[in-house]
Design a protein around this ligand. Structure first.
Ligand code: LLP
Length: 422
């Protein structure tokens, strides 16, 4: 459930008409709902009720300062994967002991920044990285809390580009080598082994791959404890999918079901549980709003050429992802839909959001909304074709605020500098 609904024939974000925001900030833009963000966080938090836990929002999904603060206010920790994300989390007021550092290629500098600023734990992804964390910790005179990310070799049954838990993927260390790697970690004086980490992929629409992975983590916990390691925290990653098709009955499992699975597979171990959801928290809490520039009749189809493009929302071009697209003015009863190819102005055929999508008859100047665009939307945007990054807006009840302004063309151009020989 989100807070983007039609009211009296107009699409609202909470209590604000989307058309009113468009008039104020211009299109295209992203709009997020505070109530939806917080509701989704609480669904996870409640799902783990009864066990010691922390929900660390995977901020790669949407990392605007205002979004981070909105989630931090209701108790979220953060999962970060770069120095930039770490510093963003800190800037939003998240304390270091609620920040988890994931990612396959943490540099010594990133590790230094996190160890100096405070960190809950590093999720270590390789043996060479473990050695570097140890060296940096010793240099700083501190001990780094770590888990090791194990790759359970489980098929997450999701899009190949976002599956991470198979042995052919670059993530984690093979679970079969865990005993050896943990022994090495325990021997390094700059490290304190506190737990195990796993993350098998994103947009999972079935609980079974989670079950298989978590059972393997449960077994590994017992094995490592028998080896003398004090395994007390399990980081279970993110990945729970969201419904991208509002009209379909085929919705992914709910956070409460996911929480039950966690309790069943791991609850008996007495470990603190950490999860890192990104998409489920931000995805359906955001929409991309765009305006129709032209309606163009092709030989065998009509095109809606809109002012948003693949540089603003890359997911359809990159993953063949589906986003529901709805008009901002609710179609009157009895109006017949017609199919459109919905495309952006970028000079690539891949700049196509949807083919033969049914919409009511559209005209230049009409607004449309891409649903489920809150996660991996704005954060993956680029300035391709010299299109400045688009604004982000946050709604809270009947108020809205621009949380990232649209840069001017001059600002965009003046980031370049000209060498003196030119
Ligand atoms: N933890 C780790 C270690 C991750 O790599 C990810 C996502 C998450 C948590 C959060 O997963 P989520 O709950 O959001 O599924 N750009 C792609 C998604 C990439 C996901 C990368 N890792 C997309 O637009 O579908």
């Amino acid at each position: 459930m989100d807070h983007f609904l039609y009211r009296d024939g107009a699409l609202y974000a909470e209590d604000v008409p989307v058309a009113e925001i468009a008039a104020a900030v211009g299109t295209p833009f992203y709009v997020y709902s505070t109530a939806t963000l917080q509701r989704h966080f609480r669904l996870f938090d409640d799902a783990l009720d009864g066990i010691d836990h922390l929900v660390c929002y995977a901020m790669k999904a949407a990392s605007n300062q205002a979004i981070l603060k909105t989630l931090a206010q209701v108790g979220a920790g953060m999962d970060v994967v770069s120095q930039g994300e770490y510093l963003r989390a800190k800037a939003a007021g998240v304390p270091g002991d609620k920040i988890v550092f994931s990612g396959v290629g943490k540099t010594a500098e990133e590790i230094r920044v996190a160890l100096s600023g405070g960190i809950r734990q590093f999720n270590v992804e390789s043996e060479p990285e473990m050695e570097v964390i140890n060296a940096v910790a010793l240099e700083l005179g501190v001990v780094a809390p770590i888990t090791v990310r194990v790759n359970p070799d489980v098929d997450a049954k999701t899009h190949a580009k976002i599956a991470t838990g198979k042995s052919e993927n670059k993530f984690g260390i093979p679970i079969s080598r865990a005993v050896e790697v943990y022994a090495r970690a325990a021997a390094l004086p700059g490290l304190e082994v506190i737990g195990i980490d796993v993350h098998i992929g994103s947009q999972l629409t079935d609980l079974e791959p989670f079950r298989l992975a978590y059972q393997k983590v449960a077994e590994l916990t017992e094995v490592l404890r028998a080896e003398g390691h004090n395994i007390r925290r399990l980081d279970l990653g993110g990945g729970l999918g969201i419904p991208y098709h509002t009209q379909s009955n085929d919705a992914p499992p709910l956070p409460v079901e996911y929480g039950m699975l966690i309790k069943h597979t791991l609850g008996h171990l007495g470990c603190e549980i950490e999860i890192e959801p990104g998409r489920l928290i931000a995805g359906n809490a955001g929409m991309l709003i765009s305006e129709v520039i032209y309606v163009k009749s092709g030989e065998d189809r009509d095109f809606l050429i809109i002012d948003g493009a693949m540089n603003d929302l890359i997911r359809p071009a990159m993953y063949e992802a589906h986003h529901d697209i709805i008009p901002v003015v609710e179609p009157a009863a009895g109006i017949e839909s017609q199919p459109y190819d919905i495309v952006g102005p970028v000079c690539e055929s891949g700049d196509t959001f949807a083919k033969q999508r049914d919409l009511p008859p559209m005209a230049a100047g009409n607004l449309i909304a891409f649903r489920s665009a809150g996660a991996y939307g704005a954060v993956m945007a680029s300035e391709y074709n010299s299109r400045p990054l688009i604004p982000e807006v946050l709604v809270n009840g009947d108020q809205f605020a621009v949380i990232r302004a649209r840069p001017t063309f001059d600002e965009m151009i003046n980031r370049d500098s000209i060498p003196e020989w030119l």
